[in-house]
Structure formats: structure tokens, C-alpha cells
Write a protein that binds this ligand. Structure first.
Ligand SMILES: Cc1ncc(COP(=O)(O)O)c(C=O)c1O
Length: 365
């Protein structure tokens, strides 16, 4: 038996260590995980109630077309129902886009340090991957445009970018879209957009009305706090969404996910509370890093990437021993760590631990 030649070298996804394993192995009673950009405030109580109500239908397949949720989101965003598609997380929409649009030899363009699933899924389809260096941690849309050829099928723009947290503003994105030829699908991954109230951030829905080759990715995993339920969505022109729908598995989002997403969407109070707390958390991190003499990329999502001026991996290990899990190991940023914004109490513990760790580890020159 031979698997596809282009997948044999692919790594199997390594999930972060579960909190309980870290506690047991290091003999700790408290562990704070700020490694996966989850919502530190959990989810809307309304979403939990919706799940409880759905339990009695556990033996019945979900609505494959997610009609009720589609209808709610179409009103929410002012788009038609046939412009929306759901996935088991936006991860699955990325997979479906690669499956629907890329054949071996097609070119696909992305930043050189961005959300890894774009590359992973393009590799599975045996597409030619062009990785364009970030400029000061931000997508260099000018250079990305320069790489577009007749063979380019999909360009991925992660806005805010994971892991750097930076954004491309509305003028930059609009300029890029006005120049990209119509045969190229531009995926604007806006997984963290609900956290942003900066008016320079592009309005993806408006862009979609003007540029038919755009698809937006959104998720219920971040500000809505439903990461475990696996539900995200794409918004695009009906023909693009139809193509993605053609490769979708029949029941790819569960009853629980659909019911919780519907309830979460309607709990604006919870969302506003999370957005405000995140803003306060980011300001706290920025001030603390400045006091510690560390530089961070401008952060717009619910995470921040800071240059600890030492091996990021060593700082990660030392923080782990103190019961704090962050993210390191970014190949182009070996002295950076990425930290999810937690509750204020968690943030203060991170800064206290980081302050101590910086004393222990020598600066890398
Ligand atoms: C930029 C970006 N896109 C997509 C995802 C996938 O999210 P999900 O599959 O949980 O919707 C993530 C998750 O971290 C992300 O950071």
C-alpha cells in the first residue's frame, strides 16, 4: 500500500499538552493554558443552555444545511443564505477550499509565517506553495501580488495574522483586491475579527460585495468560546460557496454546534464583555512588556507575540515549569513567544512568571 507521495513527509498534528498531563508531570496544582487563543471566559451561558436542550435529539442526524443558523447569520451579515457555508471549525473550510480549488501544479500564495493549515491542505492537494516573507510581522501584500501568475488559484490572507497578531488595514486589502486578477480566489481569514474595533480594519462583507473572488472565513471558536464544538463558516459569492459545498461532507457540523452557535450569536452582551476584557488585557501586556524592555508586534486579536530576546523555546520550558503554557517554536521567530490574552488574574500571573524567567535565562545576542 502506498499513500499519496506528497503526504508521506507531512507531520501528524501535535496538539498542545493537556492541562491535566502538565499538572501531573510537573506536580503542579494550578496550570494556566494561554496557548491556543481560546476564550478565557468560556462561552455564553445561553449556548450551554441550548446544548442542554439539544440533548434529547442526540439520536437524530443534524441538519446538514444548517438552515436555521444560516438564516440567522444571513440576517446578521446582510448576505443571502446561499453565500454561507459551515465547517467543523474554519479549519474544515480551509480543507474544503483546498479540495475544491487546488489540483496538482496549481500555485497558491501565503505568508511565510501564518496559520499552518493553509500550507498543510495545499500540500495534500500537491499544489505549488509560494511563501512570501512577512514585513515587520505583517502580510506584504505588494510582494504577494508580485508572485501572482496565470497558475495562481488561491491566495491566503490571515487578518489578523496568526501568530504575529498584526493586521492589514482596509486601504491595503482593498488595493490588493483591486489588483488581483479575477481568476484568483482570495481567502480572507478573519478568525479574530470580532475582537477588533479599530476603524482601519477592513469590512470584509463590503469587500465581498465589490470583489467576487473573495471568501471570508469566520469562526465560533474564538470570541464566541465554542472551540470544542468545531464550527466555523465561510461567506462568499454563491458560485464560490456552491463549489465549496460540493466537497462538503453531508453532516459536517453537529446539532450541538449549530444550536450553541445560534444562541452565542444572539448573546451580544457576552461578546461585548469579552471584547472589552481583551482590550484591557492587551493594554496590560503591552505596558508590561514595555516595562520589561521587550518589543511586541501590534496585536489586534486575542493574543500577542513578544520578542523575549532569548530562546523562545527555553522561555516556554521555564514558563511551563511554573505552570504556564504559551506558544513557542515559530520557525522564523525563534526568540518570540505567543501568549493568548487571559483573564486579568491569569495575565498578571503570566507577567510575574515571565519577569522571573527573564532573570534566569541569558539574553541571546
Ligand atoms: C487564523 C486562524 N484561522 C483558523 C483557525 C481555525 O479555527 P477553528 O477551526 O477552530 O474555527 C484558527 C485557530 O486557531 C486561526 O488562528
Amino acid at each position: 500500500m502506498q499513500p499519496k507521495a506528497n503526504i508521506v513527509h507531512l507531520p501528524v498534528y501535535q496538539p498542545g499538552k493537556p492541562v491535566d498531563d502538565v499538572k501531573r508531570e510537573l506536580g503542579l496544582t494550578e496550570v494556566i493554558k494561554l496557548a491556543s487563543n481560546e476564550n478565557p471566559f468560556g462561552s455564553s451561558p445561553k449556548a450551554m443552555e441550548a446544548i442542554a436542550r439539544e440533548v434529547e435529539n442526540i439520536s437524530i442526524y443534524p441538519d446538514g444545511a444548517a438552515v436555521e443558523l444560516t438564516s440567522a447569520l444571513s440576517s446578521y451579515h446582510g448576505v443571502n443564505p446561499d453565500q454561507i457555508i459551515f465547517g467543523a471549525g474554519s479549519d474544515e473550510i480551509i480543507l474544503m477550499i483546498a479540495r475544491a480549488f487546488l489540483v496538482p501544479g496549481d500555485e497558491t500564495i501565503m505568508a511565510d509565517q501564518t496559520f499552518p493549515q493553509y500550507k498543510h491542505n495545499a500540500q495534500i492537494e500537491n499544489a505549488v506553495i509560494l511563501e512570501v516573507p512577512l514585513k515587520e510581522g505583517t502580510h506584504d501584500l505588494f510582494s504577494m501580488l508580485e508572485r501572482v501568475t496565470d497558475k495562481t488559484k488561491v491566495v491566503w490572507v490571515c487578518n489578523p495574522n496568526n501568530p504575529t497578531g498584526t493586521i492589514n488595514n482596509a486601504d491595503e486589502v482593498e488595493w490588493f483586491l483591486s489588483k488581483v486578477p479575477g481568476h484568483v480566489l482570495v481567502v480572507l481569514d478573519e478568525a479574530y475579527c470580532e475582537y477588533i474595533d479599530d476603524t482601519s480594519f477592513p469590512d470584509g462583507i463590503k469587500l465581498l460585495q465589490k470583489y467576487p473572488n473573495v471568501v471570508l472565513l469566520r469562526t465560533f471558536s474564538k470570541i464566541y468560546g465554542l472551540a470544542s464544538l468545531r464550527i466555523g463558516y465561510g461567506i462568499g459569492r454563491p458560485d464560490v460557496i456552491r463549489s465549496i459545498n460540493q466537497v462538503r461532507e453531508p453532516f459536517n457540523t453537529s446539532r450541538f454546534a449549530q444550536a450553541a452557535a445560534l444562541a452565542a450569536l444572539n448573546d451580544e452582551e457576552f461578546i461585548a464583555k469579552c471584547r472589552e476584557a481583551n482590550k484591557i488585557g492587551l493594554a496590560y501586556f503591552n505596558n508590561s512588556f514595555a516595562e520589561l524592555g521587550l518589543d511586541a508586534f501590534p496585536a489586534y486579536g486575542n493574543f500577542i507575540m513578544v520578542d523575549v530576546k532569548r530562546s523562545g523555546q527555553e522561555v516556554f520550558d521555564a514558563l511551563l515549569r511554573k505552570g504556564i503554557i504559551v506558544r513557542a517554536g515559530h520557525k522564523l521567530y525563534p526568540t518570540h513567544i505567543r501568549i493568548t490574552v487571559g483573564s486579568q488574574e491569569q495575565n498578571e500571573k503570566v507577567i510575574a512568571a515571565l519577569t522571573a524567567v527573564l532573570q534566569e535565562i541569558a539574553v541571546k545576542v
